[in-house]
Write a protein that binds this ligand. Sequence first.
Ligand code: F6R
Length: 615
Amino acid sequence: MCGIVAYVGPRDAQPILLDALSRLEYRGYDSAGLAILNGKGVEVRKKSGRIQELASACQQKPVQGQIGISHTRWATHGGATDINAHPHLDASGRLALVHNGVVENYLELRARLVGHGHKFVSETDTEVLAHLVGDAFAASKTKGEEKLVEAVRSAMKQVQGTLGIAVIHSDLPGLVVGARRGSPLVIGIGHGENFLASDTQALAPYTNRVVILKDQEVVALKAERYDIASPLGIRSDIQIEEIENGVATSDKGPYPHYMLKEIYEQTSSIQNAFRGRLNPHEATAKLGGLNLSSHELRKIERISILGCGTALHAGMVGKYLIETLAKIPVETHYASEFRYGDSPTSPNTLFFAVSQSGETADTLGALREAQRRGFPCLGICNHVSSTIARESNGGVYMHSGPEIGVAATKSFTSQVMIFTLLGLLLGRLRSLSASHGQEILQAIESLPQKITQVLDRSDETKKVAQKYAEAKSMLFLGRLANFPIALEGALKMKEVTYIHAEGYPSAELKHGVIALIDKETPTVLIAPRDGVYDKNLGSLQEIKARGGRVIAVAHETDAKIRDLADAVLPVPETHPLLQPLLNVIPLQLLSYHSAVALGRDVDKPRNLAKSVTVE
Ligand code: F6R
């Protein structure tokens, strides 16, 4: 949420900042800006709208200089306007600052500063931060570069909330100061030049050597060196990490949108999630990163899964998988509720924090809360160098490759696959028979080919989408492990089409939801031939009896559903435990094609950001 890039070196800063920023646009895309030291002072360009707007403004009136900071915004305080876009200046106009995070006490700080004669031009919390740093800088007796570092530290002491910041001052033309509390920040190390960014993806074309800033650290970044210090002193044990460059993956290839590309990538991303992790000899799975012995895994009495949005829905399917295969009770928590709630925890509970980005603030907060209570918490993440991956006590990587479309698709199926492997592993350490384990393994191996079959029918889904895209509201129903699939289908639909959609367990229909049924409100019913098939057919009849229209996700060979439903999204049959992994794909396609039919901005839906690093 919000992306920051800073550059210091011998090259022109503007093209580097714009290019690197475009790689962070998924973090927020309502406005963007940059500030460059041009030899005389700080020169700022900022624009509401996409980074392209900023690029056009910079093309018309380029800014010359070799040191600068930049930002792509996801608004928290103040609308998406030119004025509220970052960077923000201090009272002197000589200091510019970009910020990712939230200053929680900004109203109080702003009132105090106004009392001292400060004037603010924006509605943001960030401008307050810029003024605080500027004031501390002006008041400081320290000389040289340490003066800006000290000023940043002084402002951090006054500010409550989260921040990742980058600051420049025209009195110090070779220096960028960065600081981190809560929001991620990495240093990119070049040859005779250095970078600062919210995540490594921004730096891919420039360097693969990075240092991840730790919480509370401040960095003084120059072209030839960087010094990192926390309130406890200088960091001397700096470890430079080499990251995998993801430049190629930011290409859409033949697809018009990343979302579609990523839906299609599920044939391989699911394979990446299970490759090397199947053990046919023991009819089980092997997950090396758990950092727990078989003995420790056997002692687990409960599992708690933490996540937000799509990741939580994957966890809800995970609950079903683990409870069925391993007979361990599992609870799922919205990470945001867990971190602030009083929900009791039992001994011998193992926690999982599920997060594609590994940076979601609520999931990270919940992970820390679980660890504070003395529980081990494992991560299920995609981003290898992410904060959740680092702070968890072990975990499983998804290996999905970068997910750029804001709506999560391939990460969901990879997360569910990892829960399948976990269920299998934990089950085989308990009472799950080898023959049942083998059935699961075989079903896993045949899944990529079945996903291909679903994708091959994308055009059928497109026709259904075009027919129903005018709906104002939709219902998604499913039972047991397909209930979270209904939730996920509804979430995808809301996100990318802006059609109101609700997911419910099918049986809940008659407890109130049925009042919504009419011919304008289509229902998507997930009804594979499983143990609750007849019950689902009952729901279908109830909807039809009230004039509702039904789109059924059903087995391709199911003639009965074909007769009853208004439209069918066919899926091949697999092991019932893995069926949700196939059922979700037509729902992803349904929302994608509906969004295209409605002319929505599929990869960057309004108001959203890919990585939610604020609470
Ligand atoms: C939905 C979506 C969000 C994320 C949620 C958690 O399409 O993308 O609901 O799933 O913000 O994000 P991560 O997995 O990065 O923690």
